[in-house]
Design a protein around this ligand. Sequence first.
Ligand code: SF4
Length: 417
Amino acid sequence: MTEDVLKKLQILAESAKYDVSCASSGTSRSHRAGMTGSAAGWGICHSFAEDGRCISLLKIMLTNYCQYDCAYCINRVSNDIPRATLSVRELVELTMEFYRRNYIEGLFLSSGVVRNPDYTMERLVRVAKDLRTVHRFNGYIHLKSIPGASRELVDEAGRYADRLSVNIEIPNEASLKLLAPDKDFQQVFTPMRYIQQGVLQQAEERKRFRHAPRFAPAGQSTQMIVGATADTDRDILRLSSALYRRPTMKRVYYSGYIHVNTYDTRLPAVRQVPLVRENRLYQADWLLRFYSFQVEEIVDDATPNLDLEIDPKLAWALRHPEVFPVDVNRADYEQLLRVPGIGVKSAKMIIVSRRFAPLTSEQLKKIGVVMKKARYFITCRELPFQTIHELSPLGVRKLLTSRKRDDGRQLTIPFGE
Ligand code: SF4
């Protein structure tokens, strides 16, 4: 690698680090003879910065020049920062070199907007195309789709990338207009629609022709910035829930706002949104996807923001004492899922295990139920514990939060289990 490319790499990797929508899950293509790499099980290498942010080793921008002026972005045109652009060839060679040395498991590629969305998108697609067709690269590729790019280019991107993503960034049209006046809220959803149509169409074709080419097999994802505007957690989760109803949306990522442009008075003065808010949003997102919760059950008019002290499932349980205690030896799967301390895996295990004999608290522990939490919400074979009814929701809350404080782990309490 030349000095020049190394310098560009430093600048562009630094510019890309604020984008968190980079997990490489969702694809299972394994190694094939005559090809380089595999996307099975790994994908992009992740590391974690001190602040807990996920950073990929080759998470990079093609260029950090950008003609737009989004208030929350380090790469906005009005910022005086070092700029660089990699040529398509340089980026392809870099990826192959890093891949062969085992530094990375794939590529996460985004870009600032230069000239126009089509010009930028075309260059992103060329990187993926060269990797796949010239270098026979079989590793994971995640491409950013540029809002406003034409359908043909999005379709072409889907043929080479494992996952495509379009960042929503701001969950509401008025706030986006204020902070990113060059962007059009509706335009963000257009490429999402193209991707969805491409994936569904390809699924139909593969039913008829086994070897029909794949289209973004790992689906699409998006990212929202949390805390840059006054939008509540309810606004954010409502949008996430609507997105998850689309069949190809795999993940919504929440990125706590970082005050990179301190001079911009449109932005809140906080230096950084507490990581715990990001964490609570991920937990609520989990409830929407795997626990059959509706947004209005998690956040409503009275509580539009998530409780930062306790996880959203526990918060829901404390608001609904009438549902508890649940008898673990009789309750159905859906009821078990609502118990704090019982996760998807343990609920399934309970259903299977109790066929043989009624379960005791010792057995529940072995199954993986977090009894220090669940005990207030369940009964089992032994005499009932002191439940939420004897202790009151406030009493249970105090017991659980004081224990967390004693442990000194209140910001990292595991969820669901
Ligand atoms: S378009 Fe993207 S890269 Fe450009 S300023 Fe906005 S957020 Fe930053």
